[in-house]
Design a protein around this ligand. Structure first.
Ligand code: NAD
Length: 432
């Protein structure tokens, strides 16, 4: 089957490469000429483990192509996946301009039956909007509009796509459902659960899922705060809670608050979506509010650990919003850096993949060559993003390089007792 994926970012590129791996003929389209030129030259524009190999393999066998020619992509495909960005507007609602642009192009270039699949995260009602745009085409072309939200996580996007917990398909006709089942047939055969529903429910599943996960993160961050004042340890509290299978242990890691390109924008969009229907989504509002407070609280922790901050030097490990990605959108690490700079601190930073992206926002930082270069002469070491590379550090060497053996572990990665025994002042999140 021929497939066109419109938008070749974190989601579109992974979707295109993995669908090609399923045996589909895929053309990935993007309006960003530099991105497409780089992909055509064999260079992957984002850091995502395993992506380069799967792209190269499928390009080699001729199942994966890159172009800026959306018309050709649409004309050649039975199914067109819309995987463009849906960034937040200032009022929190998602900006659907790019989705609309692709839908208008499909309306213009449709040359036969098309299945138009929304992978981008969009509010309930977008499927209907796309349908109206496609109908505005004077021709008598047939089409189906499908919602197929994506749940992959950056950093493990390939395995998430190839081994998802579930596939959600929102459609209103059986022809489209059959096409979707064929596209995902390797997963269907592997007994991946399929949730087949109407378009509106599928669209809402994505916001409901991200909203719920955001609530879980903010919940444990509030427990962490209580732990600090009550002399308890959030690590043990989370373990004790998470072993209850009704709760589950994932997303119970206290830290500097949620960030990234999805949770902040999707929670705002869910609040906006509810508001537009005359409802206040109070639980998600609370999760967002707690998240802002959690982010703001991190600088207080650093100053409590390191003393007056003005004129001091901080070494910050990790810049991406989570490990194993170069994505810095809404990264909690950058919120901490911004607060450090505002407090008059010189910041030395190191990240295995995100320094190039961070440099565009914070050119004034010193970007180190490794962890030890980062720590050189610093008054305080701040672990902001828990890359695996930071889990087994030589604290003896770090202590000798720094002015003061002060560590603020915003991800609760290290063992407080061991560090204290080695003469470090240790501060975690929610650990007394
Ligand atoms: P991204 O910004 O990395 O990529 C979007 C791409 O779309 C860009 O390359 C852009 O140039 C391209 N584009 C925009 N308008 C276009 C047009 N008219 N024609 C062709 N290309 C166009 O975004 P992303 O992170 O891949 O997210 C895409 C969507 O998927 C969003 O709705 C997001 O919420 C959702 N999503 C993202 C993730 C994630 O982890 N990043 C996970 C699940 C869902």
């Amino acid at each position: 089957m021929n497939i066109c994926v419109a938008g070749t970012g974190y989601v579109g590129l992974v979707t295109g490469a993995c669908l090609a791996d399923f045996g589909m003929n895929v053309v990935c389209v993007d309006k960003d000429e530099a991105k497409i030129a780089s992909l055509q030259a064999g260079h992957i524009p984002i850091y995502e483990p395993g992506l380069e190999e799967i792209v190269a393999k499928n390009e080699r066998v001729g199942r994966l192509h890159f172009t800026t020619d959306l018309k050709a992509g649409i004309e050649s495909a039975l199914a067109i996946f819309i995987a463009v960005g849906t960034p937040p507007n200032p009022d929190g609602s998602p900006d659907l301009t790019f989705v609309r642009q692709v839908a208008e192009a499909i309306a213009q270039y449709m040359n036969g039956y098309k299945v138009v699949v929304t992978k981008s995260t969009v509010p309930t009602g977008t499927g209907r909007m796309i349908e109206q745009i496609l109908r505005s085409n004077d021709g008598d072309q047939q089409f189906s509009v499908v919602s197929n939200p994506e749940f992959l996580r950056e950093g493990s996007a390939i395995s998430d796509f190839l081994r998802p917990d579930r596939i959600v398909i929102g459609a209103s006709d059986s022809r489209a459902i059959e096409v979707m089942k064929e596209i995902y047939s390797p997963l269907f055969l592997a007994e991946t659960p399929f949730v087949i529903t109407d378009v509106a429910s599928a669209e809402l599943i994505k916001y409901a899922s991200n909203g719920f996960l955001a609530v879980k993160i903010s919940f444990i961050n509030e427990i962490a705060r209580l732990c600090e004042v009550m002399g308890a340890d959030v690590h043990d509290v989370a373990r004790g809670m998470g072993l209850d299978r009704r709760i589950g242990s994932r997303f119970l890691l206290a830290g500097p608050g949620f960030g990234g390109s999805c949770f902040p924008k999707d929670t705002s969009a869910a609040i906006d979506l509810a508001r537009q229907h005359g409802y206040r989504f109070r639980i998600i509002e609370a999760a967002v509010c707690v998240n802002s407070e959690t982010k703001a609280r991190m600088i207080e922790k650093i100053s409590a650990a390191a003393g007056p901050l003005h004129g001091r030097t901080a070494a910050v490990l990790g810049l991406s919003f989570k490990p194993a990605t170069d994505d810095i959108r809404e990264s909690p690490a950058l919120a901490v850096i911004s607060d450090l700079l505002a407090a008059g601190v010189s910041v030395r930073a190191f990240d295995p993949a995100a320094m190039e992206n961070a440099r565009t926002l914070f050119p004034q930082l010193y970007y180190a060559t490794d962890v030890y270069d980062c720590a050189q002469g610093a008054d305080v070491l701040v672990l902001a993003t828990e890359w695996n590379e930071f889990r087994a550090l030589d604290f003896g060497r770090l202590g000798r390089l720094m002015k003061s053996k002060t560590l603020v572990d915003l991800r609760n990665v290290y063992e407080p007792r061991e560090l204290k025994a080695a003469g470090w002042s240790y501060t975690g999140v929610g650990r007394s």
